[in-house]
Design a binder for this molecule. Structure first.
Ligand SMILES: Cc1cc2nc3c(=O)[nH]c(=O)nc-3n(C[C@H](O)[C@H](O)[C@H](O)COP(=O)(O)OP(=O)(O)OC[C@H]3O[C@@H](n4cnc5c(N)ncnc54)[C@H](O)[C@@H]3O)c2cc1C
Length: 333
């Protein structure tokens, strides 16, 4: 099969605004494309792709496939997979990178199955080997080992990349991309699922993976009321609240705040772990945070081994004190 040596990225957006993961994939994809001596292309499902084209071009996408069809307004696995599958079969890219997000993971696995090709999921870094095959590194065995996986199957090689692990390169002004509008074939009959409506979520509360500051609480918070105090601190710091699995399981906060191996993986600039012991399951989801501050009354809590700064004491006293200082600073500003 003749291959275009193109690296494609699936560019996610929210209501016409590119998600960070799209630009992270562009940076990672450009590096791989340069190694292969090929180009970087972005695929975007949107009727407003032109608005996002300049940003993708400034992050080195030379070509943008805009899949534009009114029937694809609401996400449905089958319809999106079918549309992207058709485009891939026509253009035959070498590699496709998707975010290891709910959207990217869903579509990547569906594509790999349809195209009978390999998928390396949740990579933390990417490379190509001497044979030009995609090489993905991902943590395994509770993060104790890093596995390097090579995609030696049919192309395109597909990988999902965890959010927050690839640095977004500075944009280059003056780059232009060719925007190709793609109208997918009419949908095949007998689809199992269709979107009947959408509900707006509270983005501030849910988009933990994009928060720059997270104040996370655990069992030590003792109940739902304590999370109100953490909410106040998070608000003053311009961030949002997260939680350990225990706090979610206890019903103190909603399930979407669950951070860890089986929850959301985050890497904010500041992570405050309040009343959280630091089990491996939890730390796997936040260990890449730039600065970690732990508050715990047990000086031997494992979280202190990971923390850049530790406060041994009762969380309520500590957090009240911090809030007091921040309130004062805000009043005098
Ligand atoms: C398969 C599997 C997957 C899992 N996935 C996840 C996951 O994704 N995310 C996750 O979080 N967990 C996960 N867990 C659960 C995990 O093993 C731990 O049980 C959990 O993370 C512990 O939560 P915690 O730190 O809130 O509670 P605890 O371990 O009970 O720690 C509470 C901490 O609060 C401190 N404390 C108590 N009172 C105060 C106070 N007044 N002031 C200050 N500190 C105080 C205590 O000293 C203690 O260190 C998973 C478990 C399994 C088996």
């Amino acid at each position: 099969m003749a291959l275009s040596k193109e690296v494609w990225i699936l560019a996610e957006h929210r209501e016409g605004e590119l998600e960070d993961i799209a630009l992270e994939l562009a940076s990672a994809g450009q590096r791989i494309a340069s190694k292969l001596g090929g180009g970087l292309c972005a695929v975007i499902f949107s009727e407003q792709a032109a608005d996002m084209a300049d940003s993708l071009a400034s992050h080195n996408a030379g070509k943008i496939y805009a899949i534009n069809d009114s029937t694809l307004r609401g996400y449905a696995t089958e319809a999106y997979t079918e549309a992207l599958c058709g485009l891939i079969e026509g253009e035959k890219p070498d590699i496709l990178l998707c975010g290891a997000t709910p959207f990217g993971s869903d579509i990547a696995s569906g594509l790999a199955a349809r195209l009978e090709t390999g998928l390396i999921s949740e990579c933390v870094s990417l490379d190509v080997n001497d044979d030009g095959l995609l090489l993905g590194t991902k943590p395994v065995y509770n993060d104790r080992l890093q596995a390097k996986i090579v995609c030696s199957s049919a192309k395109p090689h597909i990988a999902t990349v965890s959010p927050g692990v690839s640095e977004i390169k500075s944009p280059r002004t003056g780059n232009r991309a060719e925007v190709i509008t793609v109208t997918p074939k009419p949908v095949s009959a007998g689809r199992q699922a269709r979107v009947t409506g959408t509900a707006k979520a509270d983005l501030k509360m849910i988009r933990l993976d994009q928060a720059e500051v997270i104040v996370a609480g655990g069992r030590g918070i003792g109940g739902p009321e304590g999370f109100g105090t953490l909410e106040k601190l998070a608000e003053l710091l311009g961030g949002c609240v997260g939680a350990s699995l225990v706090a979610c399981d206890n019903g103190w906060v909603s399930e979407d705040k669950h951070i860890g191996q089986t929850g959301v993986i985050v890497s904010p600039r500041l992570y405050m772990a309040v009343g959280i012991s630091g089990s491996i399951y939890h730390t796997m989801g936040m260990k890449d945070s730039r600065v970690i501050v732990a508050v715990n009354r047990d000086r031997n809590a494992p979280i202190f081994r990971l923390a850049d700064m530790g406060i041994v004491g009762d969380w309520q006293d500590t957090v009240d004190e911090i809030i007091g200082h921040l309130d004062e600073a805000e009043e005098s500003a």
